[in-house]
Design a protein. Structure first.
Length: 659
């Protein structure tokens, strides 16, 4: 049966170990001893330890750990410099790139020769501020910000501002703004919910509007502003312009000179006209006497007929209204107030007019002393004739004072230059850089002559200073042509600097050369594994069919040339084998071949000795059991080990315990 695993417990920890001290190491099966140095070497290369600590041998070695310099930085020799994936961009190259980008960003001279067409401004002409703001002409439907009410800062007035100012002016003067007809077939069939003060509608269909009974021809006028909510009947007033059936009965008709009849207006009345007083009466007709004359004069003068009867002209309640002024009032009432002959009304392009039956008809006129002055009205009319629509309204809407200030700072003939941003990744952005390289040449670099498009071709194209050379000063005898001019043109200062810094080059030797294939580290390792003067070897055929053989024939080169599977010992060349059937008749003898009657013993005693930290010896001929008395030597602690676990612990008490 297997021996139960035993461990020593509670061994005292020893301080200040020396290399020669014995260290007890226990694993699952064995207790071992070893020196401290052996223990260190064992731990040094242990797999678990290697994953946590680095060995000195691996620092700077291939596939090892890169060393750090005195500043705890990686030396440049341990960095893989380059400009491709998996390499490190060299610091000086990065600094040159940064300087180049800084210089490029500060360059306001359009280094890329960007044109207007490339940034979508091919149709935009280059104009100075003076030209742009001198009598500009806009097409389409341009828009502009709406100025604040009563603004007087010179800002352009758009149609909204003008309409609002006109409406406010009209409202301030209690004027009416004719909006159309109200009723079946009219401009509207019901009063709107949004309206401004002064909006006026003419009723063409009798009915109840704004809570008031209206007849055909009545005018409904808004008294307040509403934006679509909160409308009330009291917002409107009705002008009873239709007087049919609206006669005040308390009034009466009095018969004047030459007239008889009359009476109150509670019923129809008849006036009888008699002859005299400049009036001639005939059957079914009344006419003024043809000999009636008048005295010329202005309104307010007295006109007398041939009979000397005078008629006082004037505008008060006791005079006759002059005929010419009455005609003007009559014409005005027909044109602007409740035209009974109106069958169609339309909006007019003339400020203050509407179209009645297709004819331009004035409906209001602001007095010169109203809130809107004559000059302002002239300006509004001028603005109205100049109103138009800009096709690029969305673009003009974005024009701000900051934009105008920016335009004023742009020189005549300047082109748009969008500041490119290296970090922009949005391809739709104006500052996105297309086809940007992984690296830029340094800011200090040279260009081959073939790369310069405006290279002067003769000295006369240069601006000469005091001491310039003339053709007479040039030694034409030194003129020559390089056959490899294109190669020389491509040589730049960075190329020369690279040549001067090449230190790990392979010198060319006569009669020797390198192939076009890359000589890799793997190829070098393969060459190092080939013995000197080794020949290419081709393994010959063995001459044996593939399979498993118990007996094979091998030639002098170690190649298998034949194979068999013998069924007998003779087939393997064994000729002295014992017979398969035999017996042993040596029982009780001291020679092999049978069971001994008793244990054999040595002819002479032998000594078994223990050395090391535990010493002891015993002499025996192995005829029986033997015991060896042992002694602990060296610095080992000698203490008694109990066979069983004690009931209590004491100092230096040890025992064996099974796991």
């Amino acid at each position: 049966m297997p021996i139960p695993y035993k461990k020593l417990k509670n061994l005292e920890e020893v301080q200040n170990l020396q290399d020669s001290d014995i260290t007890i190491i226990e694993d699952q099966n064995t207790t071992r001893k070893g020196t401290l140095r052996q223990l260190v070497q064992y731990l040094k290369w242990h797999d678990d330890i290697n994953t946590y600590y680095a060995h000195q041998e691996t620092v700077g070695a291939a596939d090892g750990i890169a060393p750090l310099d005195e500043n705890t930085k990686l030396p440049s020799a341990n960095l893989n410099f380059g400009n491709t994936a998996g390499t490190v961009f060299e610091g000086c190259a990065g600094k040159n790139l940064e300087d180049s980008i800084t210089t490029h960003k500060a360059d306001t001279g359009n280094p890329h020769a960007t044109t207007k067409a490339q940034v979508g401004l091919g149709n935009v002409t280059n104009e100075s501020k003076a030209v742009m703001f001198t009598s500009p002409v806009f097409t389409g439907i341009p828009t502009a910000p709406t100025a604040e009410p009563d603004s007087n800062d010179g800002q352009l007035a758009n149609t909204e501002y003008v309409s609002r100012a006109i409406a406010n002016g009209i409202a301030a003067s209690d004027a009416m703004i004719f909006k159309g007809t109200l009723g079946t077939g009219g401009t509207i069939t019901a009063l709107p919910s949004a309206y401004l003060t002064g909006w006026t509608y003419r009723v063409i269909t009798p009915g109840t509007y704004a809570g008031q009974t209206c007849e055909s021809g009545d005018l409904i006028i808004a008294l307040t502003d509403r934006n679509g909510s909160g409308s009330l009947p009291s917002d409107w007033t009705v002008c009873q312009t239709n007087i049919d059936g609206a006669v005040i009965e308390t009034r009466k008709i009095n018969a004047g000179n030459g007239l008889t009849g009359g009476g109150s207006l509670s019923a129809d009345r008849t006036l009888h006209v008699g002859a005299g007083n400049g009036i001639s009466v005939a059957a079914d007709s009344v006419a003024a006497k043809p000999d009636t004359t008048g005295i010329s004069g202005s309104v307010g003068k007295t006109v007398v007929n041939a009979d000397g009867i005078g008629v006082a002209l004037g505008s008060d309640g006791v005079t006759a209204f002059p005929g010419d002024l009455g005609k003007q009032a009559y014409d005005h009432s027909l044109a602007a107030h409740a035209r009974t002959d109106a069958t169609k009304t339309e909006a007019s392009s003339v400020n203050g007019n509407i179209k009645i039956n297709g004819t331009e008809t004035p409906v209001y006129r602001l007095p010169d002393d109203a809130a809107v002055t004559a000059s302002e009205r002239t300006n509004w009319n001028d603005a109205n004739t100049k109103k138009h629509v800009h096709a690029n309204k969305d673009t003009i809407d974005k024009i701000t004072q900051a934009t105008l200030d920016k335009l004023s700072g742009i020189a005549n003939g300047a082109q748009v230059n969008v500041q490119a941003d290296w970090n922009i990744t949005d391809t739709a952005s104006d500052s996105y850089i297309k086809n940007k390289p992984a690296a830029f040449p340094p800011s200090a670099h040279t260009h081959a002559k073939s790369q310069i498009t405006d290279m002067p071709t003769k000295l006369s194209q240069f601006t000469n200073d005091a001491g310039y050379l003339t053709s007479a000063d040039v030694d034409t005898g030194q003129n020559h042509t390089h056959a490899n001019k294109s190669i020389l043109d491509s040589i730049s200062q960075p190329v020369v600097d690279k040549w001067n810094t090449v230190s790990d080059k392979v010198d060319k030797e006569t009669g020797k050369g390198l192939s076009s294939n890359d000589f890799t580290t793997a190829l070098l390792g393969k060459l190092n594994g080939i013995a000197a003067e080794a020949n290419k070897y081709t393994h010959p055929s063995s001459g044996v069919t593939a399979g498993t053989y118990k007996s094979v024939t091998v030639n002098a080169q170690g190649h298998v040339t034949g194979g068999t599977n013998p069924a007998t010992l003779a087939g393997y060349g064994i000729t002295d084998a014992a017979a398969k059937s035999h017996t042993h008749n040596y029982a009780g003898s001291d020679t092999p071949g049978g069971a001994a009657a008793s244990a054999a013993r040595l002819s002479a005693n032998r000594t078994i000795s223990l050395t090391g930290d535990v010493t002891g010896s015993a002499s025996t001929n192995l005829s029986g059991n033997v015991s060896i008395t042992t002694t602990l030597s060296g610095g080992a602690t000698k203490e008694k080990i109990s066979a069983t676990e004690p009931s209590g612990l004491s100092v230096n008490n040890y025992w064996l315990q099974e796991y």
